[in-house]
Ligand binder design. Sequence first.
Ligand SMILES: C[S@@+](CC[C@H](N)C(=O)[O-])C[C@H]1O[C@@H](n2cnc3c(N)ncnc32)[C@H](O)[C@@H]1O
Length: 418
Amino acid sequence: MASSRQDEEVQSTNDDAVNSKFSAVKLGYWQDPYIQFFSKFSSAIDRKPPELNRGYYARVKGVEYLLKQFLKKTDLKCQVVNLGAGSDTRFWLLSDQNLVPLKWVELDFEPVVNKKIRIIKSKKSLMCKLQANNHDGSSDSIPDVQIKPTEIHSNIYHIVSCDLRDVCQFKSCIDRCSIDCTIPTAFICECVFIYMDPHSSSCLVRTISEMFSDIFFINYEQVNMNDRFGEVMLSNLQNRGCALLGVQHCLNFQTQFDRFLKCGWNGIDGGDMLQIYHGLPQDDVQRIEKIEFLDDIEMLTQLFTHYCIVWAYKHSTKNTTTTTATAAAATTTTNAVTDFSTVTNDISTIPVSSIAKSIAAATTSATTAVTTNITTSTSLLDDSGHSSSGSGSSSGGVVVSQLSGKLDFSDISLFIYK
Ligand SMILES: C[S@@+](CC[C@H](N)C(=O)[O-])C[C@H]1O[C@@H](n2cnc3c(N)ncnc32)[C@H](O)[C@@H]1O
């Protein structure tokens, strides 16, 4: 396990995140009246460069679009767990839009949680949302809010300190928040796994897939780290005492996808931030592009192509039957209740293009990798650990999974590169 000096550096990345978000919010990239409470950012000197503001805009909006689709698809009868939540303010933003799920849980290291709790306690507009949220809409019973230095438990909102490298701790935190593992649950993980060694993040991903029946996972992280730009990013952070221990999962889309597919997940998709940015509502993109002049498009492109959002899902797999195929489609049927395969960043632009564009943007070996990955994913469903399809069989219609009674072939295109 990493030293506590290393842990402190990792915790301080939350300050960077919150200050950068506040920089962008102050300029009008998006609305967030709550972020100011968590930021020490004050003067114009701290103003972030335009490419960073655009980067945060794409990240915040990309995750938000995915999460909102999940919330709508489940009709809010769901739970959200934010891993390494830091000073994330989404709970309050969603409360303002009446989009709160049954449970909202935030986990992070103790010092980060401790600080967040102190701020929550001191701000009426944050506290009142914890008290106001009665999911059934009733107003007569004011729910209790239990506040301790390292955890808050209210009717919906929970925050608990947890070292995510320790799965026993994770399980006990989930228990303390009265999470029901049979209810559809979304996990958000923004820039967190990169600071954990690959074994720990894989263990956590596997534990989640074993504990929960219907899960949707949104992971924002580095990708394409196998080049010069990636090397420079690594050494800059290393010099600061903050090693990117999880970089092995961030070499390309195959390594990103494998973390999930090797740990029992049924379906996966993703795109680099350039694709996500182009997939966001373009009227809003045009609006934010007018906020600041950006002369270094090359730098923005470099940044965008080294970060990604990957989203994975797993449904309960009672009665799972897997048919891996050579030319014909491989089909997995499950009796899951909710089909998350249609939850994507922007259905019109992301699905096929996400894979296709990532292949185009990546190296030749990565092209093989993504194709192989899709093929492998089907065989991983039966835990064989080996691909039984011929290589490059993407045109053979390989499907990660479909749900019985809900077969919708338009969904298949999410997972096929042609
Ligand atoms: C870059 S910050 C991102 C914070 C937040 N997710 C966001 O997007 O604003 C990374 C966060 O992950 C947390 N983190 C990293 N490793 C962790 C671990 N092993 N256990 C708990 N939290 C961790 C850090 O403390 C920090 O708050």
